[in-house]
Design a protein around this ligand. Structure first.
Ligand code: MCA
Ligand code: AMP
Length: 505
């Protein structure tokens, strides 16, 4: 097989690296930067280390580290070695990590040095063969071990349908599901977006998203790599820092909360955006009001797109054509999207129905959940997204709701069932219902409604404190309302719509 026939995602991405390998690929500030040659060589060293471990075929490399350029190198090295990358949110606590490690059975776990104390026993209990650390100061045992390895590596040969990544997404039952994405799924989506959003040599991406999700890891990074573009790299989003750095950038990607926060910056305007050609928003609905305010302030029309962990990007507003506020645009080339009624028939224009998708981007299934996978695909191979929408006369898709009971807070997904099961396990709690209520900054805020057991005295602050440290901070309810009983319909089902109305303000 010739190199260009290799379906390995790294081979696909590195085809876009520039001829001059001495230019900057990742600029993390304060003199910390990697050239294209550095990326090639440092990822080769880590890939050599992984290969030396003689891992079984399809071995998972689970990674829970702070954002750093070296974390990207680890991602690329995992692809190069033919292993399966499994990114985990740095906010996850012990119970959450225990579940992921137990479910995915990784051969390698890489964690932040600060988490080693509590991750080590989890790794031991699940018989993880290799545990490394990776810090943000180029520190940790992973880089120490890789430093002894050669800096050339022949990227593993992969077929398009070989597994590249497992991305966990929260589940309606409370159990997270691992979406299995192949080299072909991710590579095809990267190439499609590269062309659709007109990535070009000389672009500069301001990268402020987390890299344990599809948005920051795939959508943003792959565009820059495929076009040989420099990334200005920051650990986290900070609106003031973004305003300072934007004049050096041409492309920015963010969740709606980031756009709301940029608009709150008094110094933000056309000057900051003078070299920008593209602002992309996704992961949560962008309010039409935010879209309009942004245009009025900067002259830039944010491009909103829609995707999922299971499918990467599905639709996008056009690059050249009209970007319509409140819509997620048109199906990307090569991807079929349909809106269907309960009987599975195509909805008419303007009619609301379930959104389904089919294409080379759609994942192969959920890790070790064949039944769940089967339920989520139609007989003709469309994936049921769980999102509800409608198409206008021009084919633009608008997402109007979700059939899945899901809260999206600041671009992070929270499944109420999971939080309810933690709340119900607390002393004195008889039952609970978790809902999302409108929130100016986060879009939706996680809110709990709790009923006490007879004779128990519960307090909002104590319940919130009890959840802190047990689950990731973004999942902890911002408010807990104590009630005597939950509203139920005649079938005995909790009427969350009534709770959402009652606590909306
Ligand atoms: C932080 N906190 C949050 C969130 N983030 N609470 C609710 N929702 C959140 N998203 C908590 C912190 O733990 C802290 O809690 C308190 O809120 C204040 O934190 P703050 O400093 O304001 O937050 P931040 O660190 O500035 O983070 C906000 C953020 C961040 C920048 C919006 O959440 C973020 O980077 N979101 C992006 C998520 C993302 O990339 N999603 C893509 C998923 P305390 O003080 O109590 O400790 S991929 C996807 O959805 C699909 C495929 C797609 O279409 O892209
Ligand atoms: P995840 O499972 O983390 O990949 O999140 C995917 C979900 O995020 C989708 O099913 C949608 O509900 C939501 N989502 C992503 N992009 C958008 C968008 N532009 N507008 C509304 N919802 C979105």
């Amino acid at each position: 097989m010739r190199e260009r026939d290799n379906g390995n995602l790294f081979a696909v991405l590195s085809a876009g690296f520039p001829a001059d390998r001495n230019g900057c690929c990742i600029d993390a500030g304060e003199g910390a930067w990697y050239s294209w040659d550095d990326v090639e060589r440092a990822s080769a060293m880590i890939a050599n280390l992984l290969s030396r471990l003689a891992l079984p075929r399809g071995a998972r490399v689970a990674v829970q580290v702070e954002k750093s350029p070296e974390a990207v190198l680890l991602y690329l090295a995992t692809l190069r070695a033919g292993c399966v990358f499994l990114p985990l949110n740095i906010a996850y606590q012990a119970a959450e990590i225990d579940y992921f490690v137990g479910d995915a059975e990784p051969s390698v776990v890489v964690c932040s040095p600060a988490h080693l104390g509590w991750i080590e026993p989890i790794a031991r209990r699940h018989r993880v063969a290799h545990l490394f650390t990776l810090g943000v100061e180029r520190d940790g045992t992973l880089l120490e071990a890789a430093a002894r390895e050669p800096d050339r590596f022949a990227t593993a040969r992969s077929r398009a349908d070989d597994l590249a990544c497992i991305v966990y997404t929260s589940g309606t039952t409370g159990r997270s599901k691992g979406a299995m994405l192949s080299h072909g799924n991710i590579g095809s989506n990267a190439r499609t977006l590269h062309a659709y959003w007109r990535w070009r040599a000389g672009d500069v991406l301001l990268h402020m998203l987390p890299i344990f999700h599809v948005h920051g890891l795939f959508v943003a990074i792959h565009g820059a790599l495929l076009s040989g573009s420099r990334m200005i790299w920051r650990r986290r989003f900070d609106a003031q820092e973004a305003v300072r750095l934007l004049p050096q950038a041409t492309v920015f990607m963010g969740v709606p909360t980031m756009y709301v926060r940029l608009l709150d910056e008094p110094g933000f305007g056309p000057q900051a955006c003078r070299n920008m050609r593209l602002f992309v928003s996704g992961s949560a609905p962008l309010l039409p009001d935010t879209f309009r305010q942004f245009e009025a302030r900067t002259g830039q029309r944010i491009l909103e797109r829609y995707g999922m962990s299971e499918t990467a990007m599905i639709t996008s507003n056009p690059y050249d054509g009209n970007r319509v506020a409140g819509t997620v645009g048109l199906p990307l080339p090569g991807i079929e999207v349909r809106v269907v009624d309960d009987a599975g028939r195509d909805c008419a224009t303007g009619e609301i129905g379930a959104i389904q998708v089919r294409g080379p981007n759609v994942f192969g299934g959920y890790w070790r959940m064949p039944q769940k996978t089967k339920e989520d695909f139609t007989a003709d191979g469309f994936f049921r997204t769980g999102d509800v929408g409608k198409r206008d006369a021009n084919g633009y898709l608008a997402i109007v709701g979700r059939s899945k009971d899901l809260i999206i807070t600041g671009g992070y997904n929270v499944y109420p069932k999971e939080i309810e099961s933690y709340l119900d396990g607390l002393d004195g709690v008889a039952e609970s219902a978790v809902i999302g209520v409108p929130h100016r900054d986060f879009g939706e805020a996680v809110t709990a409604v709790v009923v006490a057991r007879p004779g128990a005295r519960l307090e909002e602050g104590a319940l919130i404190a009890a959840l802190r440290g047990r689950i990731a901070a973004f999942k902890v309810p911002r408010r807990v309302h104590l009630v005597d009983e939950l509203p139920r319909n005649t079938m005995g089902k909790v009427q969350k719509n009534l709770l959402r109305e009652r606590y909306a303000s």
